[in-house]
Design a protein around this ligand. Sequence first.
Ligand code: EPZ
Length: 423
Amino acid sequence: MDSIIVTGNGPLSGQIPIAGAKNACLTLMPATLLSEEPLTLTNAPRLSDIKTMTQLLQSLGAEVTSMQDGQVLVMSSHDIHNHTADYDIVRKMRASILVLGPMLARDGHAIVSLPGGCAIGARPVDLHLKGLEALGAEIELKEGYVHARAPKGRLQGGTYEMPFASVGATENVLMAATLAKGTSVLKNVAREPEIVDLADCLIRMGAQIEGAGTSTITVQGVDRLGGATHPVVTDRIELGTYMLAPAICGGEVELLGGRLDLVRAFVEKLDMAGVDVRETDNGLLVKRRVDRIQAVDVVTEPFPGFPTDLQAQMMALLCTAEGTSVLEEKIFENRFMHAPELIRMGAQIDVQGGQATVVGVDRLKGARVMATDLRASVSLILAGLAAEGETIVSRVYHLDRGYEHVVGKLESVGAKIERVQGS
Ligand code: EPZ
């Protein structure tokens, strides 16, 4: 397993290009199952999770061709000969559950392994299943697999109000509703930009959807969907992650392709902490305006609130803030695993349940630390950028799931960082 070595190296300057969104691409790819026509995605990120989704779709019979060094994915689901998503692939990536809705909607039956939990929580899929049942699906759980079928051979439009705004459940049920017979009304759904991007793509394919990005989405089912070419939306989590590099190290970095509308709640907190973010013709320019970052409190919420996927990275910034910050994680039940690793670097963090209290220290010290999940990994890299001495982050395969060329991107703005082959 590879490690990444990062050494505190002063202020950063330059430009970092932001890729297409992992969490948009992982729901756009299963959308190919809704149509027999080709679906082409441009601006796709080059990530191991995308490769895993490719393998899953190919195991079902879809053709997926990666072009232009992985930035273009041409998919065709003309012949789906297998309607079972195996545990071996699903257990590697929870987003695999997103083939359930499209497969069920297209052919009236699907068998998908339950994804199982992961490091940050149990992560059940009960809301996905309840939503599909609201569209007339019959769901049975057998030996760790979801067996779903549409009794009349086709899903029926229905109304579904989610107890809370689950991103994945919204995506699964939205995709299924596009081919259901009749009208579906989905309430209290997720409003993330990735949902809007999915709806834009489905509309390009001929779906009739209104309200994406709001809490209520209305879908008029159609008999079939066509093909489309769709650009994957910018990755707001990669964007926010790299915005923190100049915030932590000082200097000025321009994030190419960055869009302010994708990160407003995050930028508000950066502003309170003493970091300026300005729109440019090419993206967002980030510069710390204070000598020392100021403590701020953070509560993670569904969009448009502060994103849970930037909580670990924000904590890395707040470890050396002036004052005490309280971070409340309200989306996942166990998403502070970066805290013990940051404490090894000298941070003062007290975790009580879903709340982490961070008392700022002057400077962190490099140490050997271990990545535990995707976002925790990158928060340790960020902390190491300004720490005194060398930080060695092990198990960086987590990073490869969600960040393309993280070493190259940070090196290009002056960070002292290298990847070493693991034992
Ligand atoms: C998506 O996960 C993202 N993943 C996550 O990003 C992100 O953290 C999350 O949304 C919240 O924004 C992808 O898009 C591939 P949820 P998802 O359903 O859909 C519980 C990353 O780092 N829940 O909104 O799984 C669940 O356990 C990843 O890129 C149920 O209880 O998130 C969690 O506590 C991590 N029952 C909460 O809801 C359900 O049926 C939010 O989950 C579904 C979810």
